[in-house]
Design a protein around this ligand. Structure first.
Ligand code: ZN
Length: 169
């Protein structure tokens, strides 16, 4: 910790600033400015952020309302998943819950490249999933329709999914 000298000459111990030391309301306000992939990524950084975000259905809903064309698929997928750290009935932010949703603003935020780098077929998780050493499907973000889809929805080299491939010829 750094020492600082106040106006009257006494020494004060400067507290190390930490995002996690902020009150929950302020942390939730910061999270609310993220787009869904950014918010998902934060849930994977530490236990506190995982719990902050995944126990705030209002936050997740607001972020999805802002960034998705619609959220018809959300409830169906989330309620079937098991998440032991969360209270019963929680609807956590997981990839299947945001897959097949149309992202309104994926170009401006770099959402596709961020998602594909972290969770896409060529990421560590994606390679493990395709090898069967990790449960679940490898995912990929289609830059054409701006949706996260399972890699089985793509043909050949990734970039555009099967629904979009004819549009790019
Ligand atoms: Zn597509």
């Amino acid at each position: 910790m750094a020492m600082v000298v106040s106006d009257n000459g006494s020494e004060l111990v400067a507290k190390k600033l930490s995002f996690l030391a902020l009150p929950l309301e302020l942390r939730l306000d910061v999270y609310s400015r993220c787009e869904p992939v950014g918010l998902l990524t934060l849930t994977h950084t530490c236990r506190t952020m995982y719990m902050d975000i995944n126990t705030s259905w209002r936050l997740i809903r607001a972020v999805c309302d802002t960034h998705f064309e619609n959220r018809s698929f959300w409830h169906e997928v989330s309620t079937t998943a098991s998440h032991r750290m969360l209270p019963e009935g929680s609807l956590p932010l997981i990839i299947p819950a945001i897959a097949y949703e149309s992202f309104k603003d994926a170009d401006e935020t770099g959402t596709a490249s961020t998602f594909n780098k972290l969770y896409g077929a060529n990421s560590r998780d994606g390679r493990e999933a395709s090898l069967g050493t990790k449960i679940g499907w490898p995912w990929y973000f289609c830059e054409c329709c701006k949706k996260i889809k399972k890699t089985k929805d793509f043909y050949g080299a990734f970039k555009n999914c099967g629904d979009c491939i004819d549009l790019t010829r």
